[in-house]
Design a protein around this ligand. Structure first.
Ligand code: F6R
Length: 609
């Protein structure tokens, strides 16, 4: 989704804006632009396509030179990706960039057209620029004009604004869409996310809804919607510029796959006390857990898939029903939520519009909500009743890997503590599972080392496939959903995950020698059953790639490739087996020459529904 940056200080503003925007590229975008004060006039440069197009354009036409300005990467919503629809947008004296959607832009545009205003683009953002310009023309004071304007807007927005009469000042406001204010020495910033500014400063303010920031070189002032000054807590990021660099890896995705052992340690170790999970610091006590009779896990995409694994584990160990819901479905189907229900929302970004609204709906229905979130201070994190942060660090690649992995880790921490609180596992089992979870970083490291080469080999066999199937049963099925999503989103090869036992009820008719099947068979209790399903597809000509444990005795001739992971506690195997699934997707995408980290049409943080 769109990314916003702004700068005022002493450096070359165009360079700072472009450098900050590159760190927001992961959000997904289709055009970019900047506006910089040059000799007290606002100079705008924008271009369709990637940032390099903008840089090339500025090299040809001359880049704006100044020390204050705003910048934007656009993910098109209203109006196609084009130069003219790119941000910034301007009125006579106002130029701004916007992340979000203005729902009532049409009626506002009708009003402005009646006032004789002309529009150049199809965007909702230009309506905001013109409306702000309209009020500024009447009120002549930037903050008051911002207040007046935003009171008329319905929808979500984070705005970075410059006024021609106030050179070297940057203004910002947010509602729903994220925005932070970076605080440096003799320089200040705005950005959609911390990675954009981490090269310059680690200190920042998190803007809350309807808070307005006024930035000059020497300081930052923040006001509420009544124009009253507010004192805010200055936060400090606990990671540095390396965390948002590639550190020698060709892509963020492979860097992040390799960061998984550390991410698990960072997430699990602080939640272990006397050898057992302890989530009290997250507001979760064993007493409160005892009263939970049903769990809903609500999320989108990979985060929802981690919830699927959670379902199998929680139901198995804690004997409590778990319903997993796609957030966009949950929020519009009047879900049945009763006393004793816990709603778990899982989200890497903490800003996913559907997940956020699903959580708000659950709260309105009186349910207790627990959020599992990676981005500190994000909206879901702030609004949930209980919160467990995953500590994956910044995830830049659009395809989630390390964030999914630590979501799994938290699912296990929760499941073990919950199962024990419910009296369904013994103290001995509780300790055993926790010990095994603590071994996973080392095991994941081993799996990365052992499966990279074979995953690479397997991926060469998938390059020309039009479509493939992932199959499995139980936990293997839950995991195969993530494997399939990972492959399709970055390789652009269609794939589907299917419960292995369900194939013969229709889908098996698709099987030919042209449809590879990736079969996950790691669970002993159902191993033979999955093997029978593998035989069924093999008999119909499919090329089979089978993933199982080292100890499994794989019958001859049922698989073209067998990829084995070390024997381990089976409940925890999804944390190991997801690694080769990630690697297969990664190498397939690389070999097809795709943009691995920024696959087409996708955005990292989906802040629109
Ligand atoms: C896929 C992927 C997405 C996200 C989904 C939810 O690799 O990353 O499917 O998992 O968009 O995003 P968050 O977790 O930020 O709510």
């Amino acid at each position: 989704m769109c990314g916003i940056v702004g700068y005022v200080g002493y450096r070359d503003c165009s360079d700072v804006l472009v450098s900050a925007l590159t760190k927001l590229e992961y959000r997904g975008y289709d055009s970019a632009g900047i506006a910089v004060f040059e000799d007290n006039k606002i100079s705008v440069s924008k271009s369709k396509g990637k940032l390099k197009n903008l840089v090339e354009k500025m090299a040809e036409e001359g880049k704006p030179v100044g020390i204050a300005g705003i910048g934007h990467t656009r993910w098109a919503t209203h109006g196609e990706p084009s130069d003219v629809n790119s941000h910034p947008h301007s009125g006579a004296k106002v130029t701004l960039v916007h992340n979000g959607i203005i729902e009532n832009y049409k009626e506002l545009k009708d009003f402005l057209v009646k006032q004789g205003r002309e529009f150049l683009s199809d965007t909702d953002t230009e309506v905001v620029a013109q409306l702000l310009d309209y009020y500024y023309d009447i009120i002549k004071e930037p903050v008051k004009a911002i207040i007046e304007t935003t009171q008329e807007l319905r929808g979500s927005f984070a705005l970075g604004i410059v006024f021609e009469d106030y050179p070297d000042m940057v203004y910002a406001i947010r509602r729903e869409s994220p925005l932070i204010v970076g605080v440096g020495e003799n320089e200040n910033f705005i950005a959609s996310d911390v990675p954009a500014i981490i090269k310059y400063t680690k200190d920042y303010y998190l803007l809350e809804h309807d808070e307005i920031a006024v930035l000059s070189k020497s300081g930052v002032k923040i006001f509420d919607i009544h124009y009253q000054p507010i004192v805010k807590e200055l936060k400090t990021a606990d990671w540095d510029a390396d965390a948002v660099g590639k550190c020698g890896y060709p892509h963020y995705m492979i860097k992040e796959i390799n960061e998984q052992p550390t991410a698990i340690k960072n997430t699990v170790l602080p939640r272990i006390k006397d050898g057992l999970p302890c989530l009290e610091e997250c507001n979760i006590t064993p007493e409160a857990l005892k009263d939970i009779n049903r769990i809903h896990i609500v999320a989108c995409g990979s985060a929802m898939h981690s919830g699927m694994v959670g379902k199998y584990v929680i139901e198995d160990l804690a004997r409590t029903p778990v319903i997993v819901d796609i957030a966009s479905e949950f929020r519009y189907r009047n879900p049945i939520i009763g006393e004793g229900d816990l709603i778990i929302i899982i989200s890497q970004s903490g800003e996913t519009a559907d997940s956020l609204e699903a959580m708000r709906l659950a709260k309105r229905k009186g349910a207790k909500t627990l959020a599992i979130v990676n981005v500190m201070g994000s909206t879901i994190a702030r609004e949930a009743d209980m919160l467990i942060y995953t500590h994956a660090g910044p995830e830049i690649s659009v395809a989630s890997t390390k964030a999914y992995m630590v979501q799994l880790a938290v699912m296990y921490l929760f499941a073990f503590e919950f199962a024990f609180a419910k009296g369904n596992i013994t103290d001995e089992k509780y300790r055993y599972y926790t010990e095994k979870l603590l071994e996973t970083p080392e095991m994941v490291e081993k799996v990365i080392a052992q499966t990279t080469e074979i995953s690479q080999k397997i991926s060469t066999k998938l390059l020309t496939a039009d479509s493939l199937l992932y199959i499995g049963r139980g936990l293997d099925y839950a995991l195969s959903m993530e494997g399939s999503l990972k492959l399709k989103e970055i390789s652009y090869i269609h794939s589907e995950s299917y419960a292995a036992g369900e194939l013969k009820h229709g889908t098996i008719s698709l099987i030919t020698e042209d449809m590879p099947v990736i079969a996950v068979a790691t669970q002993s209790s159902i191993y033979e059953k999955t093997v029978s399903n593998i035989k069924e597809v093999k008999a119909r000509g499919a090329k089979v790639i089978m993933i199982c444990q080292e100890g499994n005795d794989v019958p001859k001739d049922i698989a073209d490739y067998v990829l084995k992971v070390p024997n381990f506690e089976e409940v925890l195997l999804p944390m190991l087996v997801c690694v080769p699934l990630q690697l297969i997707a990664y190498y397939t995408s690389v070999q097809r020459g795709n943009d691995v980290d920024q696959p087409r049409n996708l955005a990292k943080s989906v802040t629109v529904e």
